[in-house]
Design a protein around this ligand. Sequence first.
Ligand SMILES: [Zn+2]
Length: 83
Amino acid sequence: MCKQKQELFENFFKAEKTLLKQLRLQTKAIISGDNNFGRFDCPIHEAKQQKEDAARAYNAHVCNHACGFPFNPALSNAVCAAR
Ligand SMILES: [Zn+2]
């Protein structure tokens, strides 16, 4: 198992968990009638960005290093084609 790939995957997994946590908090706020649920929009946006960046870094690595398969074929084709 490629160590760098493992680290990049853990990074992605962490970003995914952060995003899910923020979404869960916002859903909770909406359900509880909290009118200020928009305060989660910014953290959610940031978490999405981080997740996309982490996925891109992972895919670029597995493409270049040929040590695994990318997450999203459409994204990986873009990354591999850009080489
Ligand atoms: Zn690798």
